[in-house]
Design a binder for this molecule. Structure first.
Ligand code: AMP
Length: 426
């Protein structure tokens, strides 16, 4: 098969690493890619927001499967446009991508189908939203309806903070994404990410993972795209995974089919494990970043047939095998991230770091310049490792981190601490 992968982050490097290992992959391209992805396949300078350009490339290179990494092209309908041009793609249609593109859509779907989630109300004006906040009291959560690049959620500790968030969002602080809001109940518990592969009719569970969203050790500091992750998530017991499938993922797949928008692709459920069981915080319609980096390390089966089966509606009798090992990834970011940061500093020691047993280094924001690797983004490297336990994977990943020479970079030193603590108690 000739395969085209779209995206340029660590998630896409992990997918590229796994796709490149498939005996089914004949010619394999990634657009726009990065310096690490360039080691797995041919990278092409395509603007992936330009659907016509992607289609023209796919036709010219006889692409059999397009794998879409990020949510923006999915929500913009790239899978529909490719399908109309006769090109198979992995990922949901625009109508199905509303599960991520509109929080209000997802909340209404949950309510109509008894899917456990936080109690909520939707608003298009500030005054009624503030009345609702005052009636409910704090803590309370204010969310922009649309895609806001991770900035659309304010967990407000006080009514005043919630009111300020409402004013910011309706005041245009998040652009179009904030034209409508969801205000919802604050859920208490431990968070976990749960992934399922869907084909419009059915779904199979992938693995669970946990990530660390805050920039600094001890889950302190500002929110980020994710500073590290590990899999499996010990909080997701087999019983909780079964409940997440039966109570959340499968009812969603059935509901999407019933409304004529069958969901294909990977469904990423952000869960809160509450005293009553798993509740849905939000859906994402693509693989998580950096969770994919740990999932791909643990996946024993070939990824490509699974992606094709999802696209073709053939997952019913499909089975995926996983290594029993744990995997952990540490994000190395440019100093200043998630605020402003510089690009262009040189990174050395990557080869020595990759020699440590079980270690795989995925590039998230790099480019090659005169034979050297330089930083080219906020999140720059995903130093990842397999181990017999989360503790062993963690030790290997940090050993590798310590071999990387990059003066302008930083990372958290405690990725996986909850799981390692749990392992110590066993
Ligand atoms: P989201 O973008 O919806 O995943 O929200 C970002 C983060 O906000 C989540 O990972 C949670 O930590 C937090 N969050 C969102 N909704 C809630 C909620 N209803 N209760 C508690 N925390 C929440």
């Amino acid at each position: 098969m000739n395969i085209l992968l779209l995206g340029s982050g660590g998630r896409e490097h992990a997918l590229a690493w796994k796709i490149a290992a498939s005996p089914l992959a004949e010619r394999f391209y990634c657009a726009p890619g990065n310096a690490g992805i360039a080691k797995e396949c041919e990278v092409v300078a395509l603007d992936i927001a330009d659907h016509a350009a992607v289609i023209a490339f796919a036709k010219a290179h006889s692409i059999d499967l397009v794998v879409v990494g990020p949510e923006a092209p999915l929500c913009a309908g790239i899978v529909d446009d490719l399908a109309a041009a006769g090109i198979k793609a992995f990922g949901p249609s625009k109508a199905a991508a509303r599960l991520e593109g509109s929080k209000g859509f997802t909340k209404d779907l949950c309510k109509a189908n008894n899917i456990p989630t936080a109690a909520y109300a939707r608003f298009t004006a500030a005054a009624p939203a503030k009345d609702y906040v005052r009636a409910q009291g704090a803590p309370i959560v204010v969310k922009a309806d649309g895609l806001a690049a991770g900035k659309g959620v304010v967990v407000a500790a006080s009514v005043a903070e919630a009111e300020a968030a409402i004013d910011m969002m309706f005041g245009g602080g998040l652009g179009e994404a904030g034209a409508e809001l969801v205000v919802e109940e604050f859920l208490q518990g431990e968070e976990a990410s749960f992934f399922a592969l869907c084909d419009g009719e059915t779904a199979i569970a992938l693995a669970s993972a946990q990530d660390h969203k805050r920039a600094l050790d001890g889950d302190q500091g500002p929110n980020t795209g994710g500073m590290g992750a590990y899999s499996p998530a010990p909080v997701m017991t087999p019983e909780l995974s079964r409940r997440a499938m039966d109570e959340i993922v499968l009812p969603t797949v059935r509901a999407m089919k019933a409304m004529g928008a069958p969901y294909k692709g990977v469904l990423y459920a952000g869960l809160m494990i509450t005293a009553q069981g798993p509740k849905l915080i939000e859906y994402n319609v693509r693989f998580g970043d950096p969770e994919t980096q740990v999932l791909m390390l643990r996946l024993m089966s070939d990824l490509v047939p699974a992606l094709v089966a999802s696209s073709d509606g053939m997952l019913k009798n499909f089975d995926l095998r996983w290594y029993p090992d744990a995997a952990l990834t540490v994000v190395m970011a440019a100093k200043g991230y998630p605020g402003s940061y510089a690009k262009g500093s040189v990174i050395e020691g990557l080869e020595e770091a990759a020699q440590i047993e079980g270690v795989e280094i995925f590039h998230a924001g790099t480019k090659a310049e005169g034979g050297r690797i330089v930083a080219n983004g906020g999140r720059v490297l995903n130093v990842s490792a397999l181990g017999k336990s989360v503790g062993e994977a963690q030790a290997r990943a940090y050993q590798a981190v310590d071999r990387i020479r990059w003066a302008d970079g930083f990372c958290r030193r405690d990725i996986g601490f909850r799981a390692v603590e749990r392992e110590r108690k066993l």
